[in-house]
Design a protein around this ligand. Structure first.
Ligand code: C2E
Ligand code: MG
Ligand code: MG
Length: 682
């Protein structure tokens, strides 16, 4: 009967397979390609509801209908309760409704199945994303939470369901800490999506807080009517913390944690606006440590860094909370004194800084002494913008350096000419070499016992077309700053060697010629080769060349210095430490260097027989030199009393105005012929 019913179908017949045993049915179903199962609950090998249960368990996704006799209807109904799609009453199969309802059932099951898959997919997706998602009904009661929302709020889905969104997701405003309406409530009222309410803090179930960013939207049914709302949010605490950190890093100095240039400029600009409004003044202090480079070079960067941190700390303590202490880089600091300051206050502060910084800094067991030079410029008198205030303070700072360091100077308008001059020197210096404006003067080194000239120190002079003869103090530092010292130094070395050789060839005995070497030259990889090449080129004996290097240059990288010194030594060149006593040397290292000569700095020599000094350092250095088998040369000998003292201490050699000022080559040649006057000695 069924076959007949299903064959008479307009839109194509059903393909029917007929089996009589449950076993056969189950194995057929395993092969697939079945749209619907019609089953009698009394089969050859099975009977009753168990028959249905087994079929259903094996193919839950395929619709199953039972065939039932009128008296078996309760059984058929039970099968429906257990998942059957319905039943056909035996004897009514001929109805044209049978094929139609089978088709409906097949289709409905297919739709159900795809909806199930879609729902499962949505569920997995929602639980996999890191954004929290909460759904509510029209009353604002929660009906869904994804895994992220459970974690963020601290409410498990089962407990949250049915509670109001305000209870599950209470919000307060960052800052005011006032309760905030949940965006879902607004969405339900207005039936429109709402995005991003800034500054929201979520109160978790455990009382902790999280900064969140959120957006909410209504859910509509197929008729377009609002049925509820969904809110999506995520934790931005980490992102906020990171953003805050980045901002801090961008505005602060890494080493000292002081505001950097960027933040300082901003603060000055703000302070200017304020001062303009209130008709008050403000001051900018530019600081540069006086002997930082020495310390950094001799004791290393790690100690230099700690010293800068110590300086930063003391500077902070010298100003009020609303003043800004910033680090410009290197050993330069800028301080903004804001809020209605008068000039006296700037001077007071500068004084305080000079005193405070001059106290010894204890760093890694070293007692370090630094002083500082300070330049001050004021708004509105000296400049109107942050940039020019700093620039003018910088210019005034240079003036403080020139005035002997460890002092402060207020900016004056004519100081700018100074800065301009420095600039001019640099640009002229670049051409000085080509234009043959550089010359060497020679100052004799004298044997203190015999009065004989033992050699000369070559000292650089600049025959400046406008300014006349310029001494190295005015341009060597500039040449070092801009790197020109390397080519200048090379020229000096070659010229001095050439000159010495020439004198020898003329039958004079100039002795050894000393050349000053600056840090930049000494550190160059090709320095040793350069010296060797120049000696070869000029034909001067290596033993007739002395190289003068300062302590701090040698101490900078002891390993490297030792290597370079040893190479020079092997070549036969003599090595001298210049300005001995002014740097931070470690005596144990000094002892390792293959040094021939110590040149006692002139400041110690000038200390001999004065009211405050007694030449004690000079004697100590001489004694040390003697025991280390190093020759000691006293620099800056100007007076007889100094000479007498040095002779008494058995200092071997001396150099100074007492014997001769540095001389042009032809004058020096004449002096070589004549010798140092007897009167100087007796
Ligand atoms: P320095 O190497 O210590 O040279 C000694 C300085 O003391 C010279 O100054 C010299 O003129 C000066 N002097 C000599 N005797 C006396 C004296 O009795 N009393 C006083 N008050 N001063 C005396 P100068 O020529 O002005 O050179 C200054 C510094 O410039 C030198 O100090 C040296 O460090 C540097 N320098 C000079 N020439 C060169 C050079 O060719 N290359 C490099 N890198 N530096 C140089
Ligand atoms: Mg020298
Ligand atoms: Mg010297």
């Amino acid at each position: 009967m069924l076959r007949n019913a299903l064959a008479r179908v307009k839109d194509g017949p059903f393909e029917i397979e007929h089996l009589t045993r449950l076993d056969d049915g189950l194995s057929r179903l395993q092969k697939g390609d079945v749209d619907i199962v019609l089953t009698d609950l009394t089969l050859a090998d099975s009977a009753g509801i168990a028959t249905f249960d087994q079929l259903y368990a094996s193919v839950p996704h395929i619709p199953i209908m039972t065939l039932s006799a009128a008296e078996d209807e309760p059984l058929a109904i039970e099968a429906v309760a257990r998942g059957s799609q319905g039943y056909l009453s035996k004897g009514h199969f001929s109805s044209y409704l049978v094929p139609q309802s089978l088709r409906n059932i097949i289709q409905r099951k297919a739709v159900e199945e795809s909806m199930f898959i879609e729902k499962a997919r949505a569920e997995i997706t929602l639980n996999s994303i890191s954004d929290a998602v909460i759904g509510t009904d029209m009353a604002g009661n929660v009906d869904y939470l994804n895994a992220a929302a459970e974690a963020m709020t601290g409410w498990p889905r089962a407990e949250a369901r049915g509670r109001s969104i305000g209870e599950i997701m209470p919000l307060i405003q960052n800052g005011t800490r006032q309760h905030k309406a949940n965006p879902v409530e607004l969405v339900l009222q207005q039936n429109e999506p709402i995005s991003l309410t800034p500054g929201s803090l979520l109160l978790r179930r455990d009382g902790s807080e999280a900064a969140i960013e959120d957006s909410a939207a209504p859910i509509h049914d197929s008729g377009g009517h609002i049925r509820g709302a969904v809110i999506v949010f995520h934790d931005i605490s980490a992102a906020k913390a990171m953003a805050a950190k980045m901002t801090h890093l961008a505005q602060h100095d890494f080493l000292t944690n002081l505001p950097n240039r960027v933040l300082l400029n901003d603060r000055i600009a703000q302070a200017i606006i304020q001062a303009e409004r209130s008709g008050t003044q403000l001051a900018v202090l530019f600081l540069d440590l006086d002997n930082f480079k020495h310390i950094n070079d001799s004791l290393g960067h790690a100690i230099g860094d700690k010293l800068l941190q110590s300086v930063a700390q003391r500077l902070r303590a010298c100003v009020r909370g609303y003043d800004t202490v910033s680090r410009q880089g290197g050993d330069e600091f800028v301080i903004l004194l804001s809020e209605g300051n008068n000039v006296e206050y700037a001077a007071l502060t500068a004084d305080k800084i000079l005193v405070t910084l001059a106290q010894p800094h204890s760093v890694d067991g070293h007692e370090l002494h630094v002083t500082t030079s300070i330049g001050i410029s004021a708004y509105p008198a000296d400049a109107k913008t942050a940039e020019s205030l700093i620039k003018n303070a910088d210019t005034a700072m240079y003036q403080a350096k020139e005035k002997g360091r460890n002092n402060y100077q207020f900016f004056k308008n004519d100081m700018n000419t100074h800065a301009v001059e420095r600039q001019a020197i640099e640009s002229h210096l670049r051409r000085a070499l080509e234009r043959h404006e550089l010359i060497l003067h020679y100052q004799p080194k004298v044997n203190l016992k015999t009065g004989e000239i033992t050699g000369a120190e070559a000292l650089l002079r600049w025959n400046h077309p406008q300014s006349g003869l310029m001494l190295p103090d005015r341009f060597i530092a500039i040449a070092e700053d801009c790197g020109l010292i390397v080519s200048i130094g090379r020229w000096v070395l070659r010229e001095a060697c050439k000159q010495a050789k020439r004198w020898k060839d003329e039958g004079l005995t100039p002795g050894s010629i000393a050349v000053n070497i600056s840090a930049l030259e000494f550190r160059r990889k090709d320095f040793v080769d350069e010296v060797r090449a120049i000696l070869a080129e000029t034909g001067l004996l290596a033993s007739c060349l002395q190289l003068e290097i300062t302590e701090s240059v040698l101490m900078r990288d002891v390993g490297c210095s030792t290597k370079v010194l040893q190479q020079l030594k092997n070549m036969g060149v003599q090595l001298a430490i210049d300005d001995f006593g002014t740097g931070y040397s470690s005596l144990s290292y000094l002892h390792q260097f293959p040094i021939d000569i110590l040149k006692i700095d002139q400041s110690f020599v000038q200390d001999i027989a004065t009211a405050t000094g007694n030449g004690i350092i000079v004697s100590a250095v001489i004694a040390m030199g003697n025991s280390l088998k190093q020759k000691v040369i006293a620099e800056g000998v100007e007076k007889h009393v100094q000479l007498a003292y040095l002779k008494g201490q058995h200092c071997e050699e001396g150099q100074g105005y007492l014997f001769s000022r540095p001389l042009a080559p032809e004058q020096f040649a004449a002096l070589l012929g004549a010798g140092i006057a007897r009167t100087v000695y007796n």
